[in-house]
Design a protein around this ligand. Structure first.
Ligand code: SF4
Ligand code: SF4
Length: 219
């Protein structure tokens, strides 16, 4: 079943696919996770110049839609096999009372699946594509196993994202293994975007820390 789900996710457009058992699930009855990622276009990311572009905002939304569709369809396959599935959208919001957190940090499942590490930027960096990715997750009670070991942070001495962040929201410190929240100020990032990038997606995107990351090897 795990192999079948991976093949389907790839056929439907996922560029990375992984599986893991979570250390802590937001839904304790569903302790396993499928992590999927869709790569963003190098050409579109290059249009970010110290600020987001309209092309980036539209591309970001389309990647989220594709991921949500793949997660939705994977959930249906899991249910058909007799298990429960809870797809978590690529872009999450818990409303105005908890605006800087989602149901679940996708990067946690991606790291535990051995697909990459959390960088100093607080973003997930995949082994293959760096941080030029969007992620989604499906929680399930279907037992799955990680195919790859968890890897260490690979940022080294680099601090390019810290230097480039216009909000000063990146501290330049190594994160805890599966969670970038301690080395990144989500509130500062969000407030800066809302204040300065209101004309592009009402301040919901920036992308500068993705654009400058050398792990992304933009071609
Ligand atoms: S998205 Fe922009 S403001 Fe937010 S951390 Fe990255 S560079 Fe800084
Ligand atoms: S820009 Fe450098 S420090 Fe920041 S996430 Fe990328 S590799 Fe790590």
């Amino acid at each position: 079943m795990q192999k079948k789900l991976k093949t389907l996710a790839q056929e439907w457009g996922a560029d990375i696919v992984g599986f893991c058992k979570l250390e802590t699930s937001p839904l304790p009855a569903l302790p396993y996770a499928l992590s999927i990622g869709v790569k963003l276009s190098d050409a579109v990311l290059k249009t970010i110049q110290n600020a987001p572009s309209f092309a980036y905002f539209q591309h970001y939304r389309t990647a989220n839609t594709l991921l949500d569709s793949i997660a939705f369809r994977l959930g249906r396959e899991i249910e058909k096999a007799g298990f429960s599935a809870f797809p978590i959208a690529a872009s999450q919001s818990l409303g105005k009372h908890n605006p800087y957190n989602g149901v679940f940090p996708h990067k946690t499942a991606a790291v535990l699946s051995g697909l990459g590490f959390v960088g100093k930027s607080g973003l997930f960096l995949s082994t293959e594509y760096g941080s030029k990715l969007r992620l989604a997750t499906v929680l399930t009670d279907m037992p799955v196993q990680a195919e790859l070991p968890v890897i260490e942070n690979g940022c080294g001495a680099c601090e390019l994202c810290k230097k480039a962040c216009p909000a000063g929201a990146i501290f330049g410190e190594l994160p805890s293994k599966t969670d970038g929240e301690r080395n990144f100020d989500a509130e500062k990032c969000s407030k800066y975007m809302k204040e300065h990038f209101q004309d592009v997606g009402r301040g919901s995107v920036c992308g500068v820390c993705i654009k400058v990351c050398p792990k992304n090897k933009l071609s």
